[in-house]
Design a protein around this ligand. Sequence first.
Ligand SMILES: [Zn+2]
Length: 169
Amino acid sequence: MTGKEKSPARQSTEDEPDRVPAQCLCGAVRLDIQYPAFWAWHDHSKASRLAHGAAYATYVGTWRKRFRIVKGARSIARFEDKETGNARNFCRRCGTPVYYERKSAPKWVNIPRALFQGRTGRQPLYHLNIGELQDWIYIGATLGPLKGYPGVVWERPKRKKRREPPAMF
Ligand SMILES: [Zn+2]
């Protein structure tokens, strides 16, 4: 049962309950996939970092035949990386990355996890290119309120610990 999300409280199209919808920021592009996705992962590669303008990108992968562009096919622009042959598709109106295709895996489509509001049937348990993990990402350190800025929390700088010899000496 690895990677399977609990309680599939997912959104679905009323007439097709096994499909889960996704959309770009402006709503011009709507996609859906058949539930569940095959797998989900975090990608820390430079290409995904730049394409998303984010520390890393989280994807769900599915078979192309289980993937559908429901609306806005003409609003999709495509960038093909000449070096890798991989193609990134994004909404030409709002810039949201909507899906990504790898040349080496033509039967598969990778969709940013964030585009789905509901469950996709897979938890992102895997990390690709972990060696490229950025040292500025937030990884769950304790946060406290920032004085004078309501709604802003921050990671307090660590105090330098005084070096004391072990108690046994
Ligand atoms: Zn859009």
